[in-house]
Design a protein around this ligand. Sequence first.
Ligand SMILES: [Zn+2]
Ligand SMILES: [Zn+2]
Length: 139
Amino acid sequence: MENENKRAHQKLNEDDLYYKLKEQDETIIKNIQPPDYACDCHGKYCNGFPVNVNPVLMEKIEAVQGLVDHPVTVISGVRCEMQNKVMDGSNLSFHKLGRAADIQCDTLGVDGLAEIAESVGLLVIRDYKEGMVHCQWNE
Ligand SMILES: [Zn+2]
Ligand SMILES: [Zn+2]
């Protein structure tokens, strides 16, 4: 399990991809950002949205919600640099790009929710410890 997780992270978070997407996303025009996705620092280190939430990521998570009868909660969305450090997140975390969200559904287990997220095209990491699914959009 441990090794499997490490591999998944590597596949999802290559350095080149991170910087390519960072540049690409900085050109996206700012729009209204959904509060569910605001940085977990709650205004301590940033204004909630140091980056935009990727619109495709949001669409995909809405699609997941559409396929599930019970509420799907966004536990963690965008993360600023400081909050990512505080949370001991990966240095190249896609949360810092607005391209990752951790979601949870009370009635579906991690595997059930992860399968649905994968079915709409999201990359996922199953977090059994926290009982949530890390969803990521890499394009
Ligand atoms: Zn923050
Ligand atoms: Zn995550």
